[in-house]
Design a protein around this ligand. Structure first.
Ligand code: NAD
Length: 265
């Protein structure tokens, strides 16, 4: 069991799942965000912090022996907003970790690091990145920083390229990319349980029949996702028409992100 697990982005969608369902992983959960975190429960510390503030991030990380890094801009946005949270913020986090005993990090990376691959390609984790926007580029930057800090300092990071983590798939593309909240929770548990992890890339995806991703490299974690999006296919078919074969969300792994412009203020 960890002594103090830092969860960044704790007010967000996945942060709320982690806050509610990962209490048993650490004696104390240190929860951080720029958004309101509500009231602290018994084993919680609330530490509001902007990831772009280097001194504040150094204090935030001190005393933590694990980090679940979910904080940051989670969709396509302007470069300046992405830069503060996902580029400066990630550098700040890794520097703080280096100066505070190299706590193991789970980095919430994304399928948008590879979004320009077409859906007929089966990907393993060795294939070059093909980001589908500036958000994806920022996640590629995070993966590169984790590589540097692993090679130079031995910093361990599990890079979880999350597909789509919601209670149910919301469209037909998500039949391939869906990660159930239960499988997300069990993945985090496994990553903090394994004695040594190094710096694996893990596809954050459930055991979907329609998957595009080969997760065999992550089997050493002992993680066996239990859910399969196929149980939702009939419900989705009834709720919406699948996209035409030439639509971006039927062609590219990153779906509609491929069609996003470069955002301006
Ligand atoms: N949910 C998914 O399906 C999915 C898919 C791929 C990747 N991810 C990644 O997982 C992480 C969590 O995703 P989510 O869906 O919970 O996103 P979310 O947007 O709900 O939560 C992100 C949180 O980060 C906080 N944040 C933003 N900028 C910040 C800053 N400068 N300093 C501190 N906090 C800041 C936000 O206030 C928010 O609460 C994100 O990094 C996202 O990119 C999620």
């Amino acid at each position: 069991m960890l002594k103090r697990l830092l969860i960044t982005g704790a007010a967000g969608g996945l942060g709320t799942v982690a806050r509610n369902r990962l209490k048993h992983v650490a004696e104390v959960l240190r929860l951080s965000d720029v958004a309101n975190l509500g009231e602290a429960a018994a084993n919680e510390e609330l530490v509001p912090c902007n990831l772009g503030d280097r001194a504040a991030v150094a204090e935030l990380v001190a005393g933590c022996d694990g980090i679940l890094h979910l904080g940051g801009v989670s969709v396509e946005d302007t470069f300046d907003r992405i830069c503060e949270a996902n580029i400066v913020g990630v550098y700040n986090l890794y520097e703080a970790a280096r100066l505070n005993g190299l706590p193991r990090i789970i980095f919430a990376s994304s399928n948008h690091t590879i979004g320009y691959y077409t859906q007929d390609v089966r990907l393993d984790t060795e294939m070059p990145m093909r980001p589908d926007g500036l958000y994806g580029v920022s996640k590629c930057f995070g993966e590169a920083v984790s590589s540097l800090y692993h090679d130079k300092f031995g910093q361990e990071t599990a890079l979880v390229r999350i597909g789509s983590c919601f209670p149910e798939p919301r469209d037909h593309r998500m039949l391939s990319t869906w990660l159930s909240p239960d499988d997300f929770v069990s993945l985090v548990e496994c990553i903090f349980r394994v004695p040594r992890i190094g710096r694996p890339i893990v596809w954050g995806v459930s055991d979907n029949d329609a998957t595009w991703w080969d997760n065999s490299g992550a089997r050493f974690l002992g993680w066996r996702p239990k859910d399969n999006s196929e149980v939702f296919r009939a419900k989705l078919d009834a709720a919406m028409t699948p996209p035409p074969a030439d639509a971006v969300d039927a062609v590219y792994q990153g779906g509609k992100f491929v069609a996003e412009p470069i955002h301006q203020d």
